[in-house]
Design a protein around this ligand. Sequence first.
Ligand code: NMX
Ligand code: MLT
Length: 435
Amino acid sequence: MSILKKNLKKKIEEHRPRTVRLLKEYGSTKISDVTIAQAIGGARGVKCLVTDISYLDPHEGIRFRGRTIPETFQALPKVPGSKYPYVEGFWYYLLTGDVPSKRQAESVVEDFKARRKVPGYVHKMLQTLPKNTHPMTMFSLAILSMQRESVFVKRYNEGMNKMEYWEPMYEDCCNLLSKLPSIGAYIYRLKYKGNKQKRPNMDLDWGGNFAHQMGIKHPYDDVARMYFILHSDHESGNVSAHTTHLVASTLSDCYYSLSAGINGLAGPLHGLANQEVLSWTMKFLKKLGKDDYTEEDVKQALWDTLNSGQVVPGYGHAVLRKTDPRYTAQREFCLKHLPDFPLFKLVSTIYKIAPGVLQEHGKAKNPWPNVDAQSGVIQWYYGLTEWDFYTVLFGIGRAIGVLANITWDRALGYPIERPKSVTTAMLEEFAGIKK
Ligand code: NMX
Ligand code: MLT
């Protein structure tokens, strides 16, 4: 058994009695009420999911296993010659809650390398798709096409004890996660680089090999490591995490579950906002027809968007009530590596103007930028200008968090998810409205 799997097993065995006790002795303790506004309005703020992998505070932002973003980057073992951690070490950390030693992180690097090879039929399937298929559709299909590899399904069909469910789920998640960077890069080069593919480099870690297969030189390997960790997890209520969890709760395997979660990420109000930000910014520059712009021009463009009934992409959030620390982390990267890049300057001007405009508009509860407002600029700077690919990057990162979560879902025996619905007439009755 691998070092990670052995440690995870120990953690699971230690954790199980806590969940059992809460259920048995405190099951009727109330943690949330539900209002009519919440029932109609997307369950905002209803506390009905459990995860220990990350927690999102509205004012502080995300903590992974109790650590803020800077603390996480600081704590994890770094790739030699890089300031950024191994993504594999981060996977270890999310699963166990323990910061791995360099040796422990590197054992996951080796384990992932052994699982990295993408089956040939995935490439063949991708080649048959119409040329204008969106990269997110390709990514989701690639994941789904590998469902036949599921170890969980095989073991389930043989007859398996519930207490063992997490083990084949863990194997499936490692098998799937280890392949995602290669699949993403394959889609990129198939769609935008005339299908001139690069073979994986077995000397490189997960993030480094992604940069290599994309064909983008250093420091893009560090950009990839930073990006994937930043986008990994945002507690359990966001659409991609919740969908993955929901589908997995039926005992569907991780291929079905992640593919579904990726489909949720592909919506413009969720992950696809990162492509919308670039598209909005480019339209703004095109409409202006010149390189220089004033703050007044930016303000006018934001109002034009709002007045035409559209959202300002990259701004607002269902939980956060301040600038997203993932935005700040990427902004700090830009200030260090690309301070004079014109697109970064424009995004910074939007950051200066948009919150005031959104406040004056008076609808968005959070006028501050989220992760998607800043991520595309960095990709563009390093030569990845095909913005409809950006959400695939988000998806590769998001897989780390949601796959860690569904492994724990199996370990703790979370049941099939099935909330209750009511009718409008029932709501009217609750409200005391007479017909
Ligand atoms: N621009 C214009 N209007 C907005 C914005 C925005 N950026 N954000 C919220 N609103 C509106 C929202 O559409 C709603 O209008 P209405 O009452 O007409 O339905 C109103 O303000 C109240 O919405 P909130 O309660 O503030 O936001 P909610 O929790 O419903 O939605 C988002 C959260 C993130 C979906 C929303 O802020 C949004 O649409 N933002 C732009 C898209 C975006 O950046 N999404 C990425 C989120 C992060 N991610 O990667 O997933
Ligand atoms: C995410 O990373 O999933 C987004 O910020 C959306 C969310 O948390 O609701």
